[in-house]
Ligand binder design. Sequence first.
Ligand SMILES: [Fe+2]
Length: 449
Amino acid sequence: MGDMGFSWPSVFVVVVVGLVLNAAVVCNGGITSAFVRRVEQSVDMPLDSDAFLVPPGYNAPQQVHITQGDRVGKAVIVSWVTVDEPGSDTVLYWSENSQIKNNATGIVVTYQFYNYTSGYIHHCTIKNLEFNTKYYYEVGIGNTTRTFWFTTPPEVGPDVPYTFGLIGDLGQTYDSNATLTHYELNPMEGKTLLFVGDLSYADHYQFQDNVRWDTWGRFIERSAAYQPWIWTAGNHELSLAPALGEDIPFKPYTHRFHVPYRTSNSTAPFWYSIKRASAYIIVLSSYSAYVKYTPQYQWLFEELPKVNRSETMRVMFESWFVQYKVDVVFAGHVHAYERSERISNIAYNIVNGLCAPVNDQSAPVYITIGDGGNIEGLANNLTEPQPKYSAFHEASFGHAIFDIKNRTHAYYSWHRNQDGYAAEADSLWFFNRYWYPFDDSTTNHSLSI
Ligand SMILES: [Fe+2]
């Protein structure tokens, strides 16, 4: 209901970005966890691991995963890979209360990366689904078929309870497997996963062995075939290898993971937005240009007013995040966990010398959640003493849950892999910046200088 004529409901605004957004360093902060973990190297699971099992049967669909296919959650993009032959691009689908099978037809793509040739990668968008409905879907029509299911979200609205999971920098190590298992068994039951970039870490291998993209696709299928994973590109998706003749950025990522970027008027799959239940989710890419007048900058400039609540990327966009009262910014890349206070640097200028972040109740909470458990291991060099802007930090693997209760409250929790499935290592009640803009910090110290 704003001056631009948009009438979006006021919801929790979540920004997801594939790279940590740096904050300036000041001292005497919040909680440095006393948790002590075993120091172990992170090792990728072997190719013949159970986590990567190839489904049996001729041309059986594998690496099945889904994501939101439109602006509001009435469409789903179904993706899968066949290896023996292209096979059918058709998806059969039906709601749990119906015997009538509908069908939708998609596309198939392949790509080469140096000496690797991909399987047949299918993408099919199922449209015009009912909200809040369980659907079954079947792929592999004509050869070995496999059936999965998903539940569509409720209609977009500010008071719709909805639970998101958060995982970043996952990779495919034994720790990655523990993270995914903990997410699946968390009793808070995330219904949609916001993935904060850095997926397979295939680029860790010689020639960026894309077989490790296939194993990753099979690894995540047990979750991603049944609930949408909302994709963000990180630096490990760049996949640039000029020495191998590979100079097209994001080639494996863009062939394997389709996103509904056009529905938010984006011109590239690396930045886009969706609405889902009670959240307005803005996906940004630190690895695509974002300085003034680039397409991503221009898109965000036009995007943020639609929310209508009525050095780094953070520096670039921070004033917009504050102006439009973004509730939370999730970022990956640093392999640790950290939650900030609501802080901003927008008062900074050369004359006033205000160079440290200040407490700002209009600012987002910044959460670094690059702790999925990939082969690069943990970032143990957390800034000590803990900076004042930092409410909680710890170098452990884990995942988080963002559980929106209604227009004013969301319960957030972070879960480390070593704990029981229900344990919360860090938690916070978020108060919506538009509907209930009261102080929701968990540590009692003033950040003003
Ligand atoms: Fe990473």
